[in-house]
Design a protein around this ligand. Structure first.
Ligand SMILES: NC(=O)c1ccc[n+]([C@@H]2O[C@H](COP(=O)([O-])OP(=O)(O)OC[C@H]3O[C@@H](n4cnc5c(N)ncnc54)[C@H](OP(=O)(O)O)[C@@H]3O)[C@@H](O)[C@H]2O)c1
Length: 323
């Protein structure tokens, strides 16, 4: 059954859109290499829990494109009839096909990219379409015009920007607002190991009154503590998988001391580190939704339990902020 457990929803900037405190991303675990029945179970459980926002991109997989294909297949079969209960995002702007048009932020790339995504997902439109990363060479005016054209054509209801540094973000927001297609959401990395957005992206989103959706809240799993005190990488973990190129043994080792200190704080507080990491984010001013990844239903449920919790004490927030 859908939406049969309580979930808190937060308003996205000054828009009419509400997003769940916990949203689900399909960057990993939903590719052509992953088990279909596991994906059915995760999406089904997410909808029961009220996690109705699904975040995709053209290049998610592996192989690239296969997460959208898998999601489209599930929408057509197991979740047919439920499109309007979901808020679906996709993105373009990273390398997708060979030649000069398969990457970045030209009108050519963005419009072709979204058309390909819609075909893979068998959808007429997405709820939010993001430019996945800023393009240093294409004039921002061209990128924004393409995004406006996409909304006017009905292929996306809203526009989002991802990983835009503050100056480019502010300029894009101004141009979008002038075209009466306000930026709905800014998407960027934020977790207890990487707080770089606090110096620019987070305050910029707040000052533009857009929503902020923050990715890799568990630092790809490191902030669950699963890599501590184990001489080898746990089987099936992201750092252990050969198709995971952004997390490996070296990255785990580099952050191990800090994760161990955070684990001690979690132990002292009597709150599991996963919960602490997600609740800390949900309490940071300006965060609309926390965008998790889940490989199993149990992980999804564990993360969902962070929503709707009482505020962490000032003392505990200060301890975490000081790390
Ligand atoms: N805009 C962008 O450029 C961008 C970039 C990155 C991500 N994103 C978005 O953000 C989403 C989330 O990113 P992420 O996958 O890095 O998020 P994350 O939540 O930090 O990491 C997810 C991984 O952590 C582990 N995990 C999650 N919950 C767990 C639990 N309760 N117990 C134990 N392990 C748990 C799992 O890894 P194991 O496989 O090890 O179990 C899972 O695959 C992506 O899917 C994507 O939609 C966007």
């Amino acid at each position: 059954m859908l939406y049969n457990e309580p979930m808190n929803y937060r308003r996205c900037g000054r828009s009419g859109v509400l997003l769940p405190e916990i949203s689900l991303g399909l960057w990993h675990n939903f590719g052509g290499v992953d088990k279909r029945e596991q994906n059915v179970a995760i999406i089904g459980r997410a909808m029961e829990l009220g996690i109705c926002h699904f975040d995709l991109a053209d290049n998610y997989g592996p192989p690239p494109g296969s997460a959208e294909e898998r999601f489209g297949d599930l929408l057509k079969h197991e979740f047919a009839g439920h499109r309007d209960e979901m808020f679906i995002a996709t993105k373009a702007g990273h390398l997708m096909w060979p030649g000069p048009y398969g990457d970045w932020g030209s009108r050519k790339h963005l419009i072709s990219g979204l058309d390909q995504s819609l075909r893979r997902m068998k959808l007429d439109y997405v709820d939010v379409f993001y430019h996945h990363r800023p393009d240093p060479d294409t004039p921002i005016e061209e990128t924004v015009e393409a995004l406006v054209q996409i909304v006017r054509s009905g292929k996306a209801l809203y526009i989002g920007l991802s990983k835009y540094p503050p100056a480019a973000f502010n300029r894009a927001c101004t141009l979008l607002a002038e075209a009466h297609v306000p930026c709905l959401l800014h998407q960027f990395r934020y977790n207890l190991l990487d707080r770089s957005c606090e110096a620019g992206m987070l305050p910029a989103a707040r000052s533009q009154s857009t929503g902020s959706i923050v990715f890799s809240p568990l630092a790809q799993g490191m902030l669950t503590g699963k890599y501590l005190n184990s001489p080898t990488l746990p089987a099936d973990s992201r750092a252990e998988r050969s198709d995971s190129i952004f997390l490996d043994a070296a990255k785990v080792a580099a952050d191990a001391d800090k994760v161990a200190r955070l684990q001690n704080i979690a132990n002292e507080a009597g709150i599991p580190l996963t919960q602490l990491a997600l609740r800390w984010l949900l309490q940071r001013q300006g965060v609309t939704s926390v965008l998790i990844g889940a490989r199993t239903v149990a992980q999804l449920e564990d993360c969902a339990a962070a929503a709707g919790q009482p505020a962490l004490s000032d003392e505990l927030m200060e301890l975490l902020n000081a790390e």
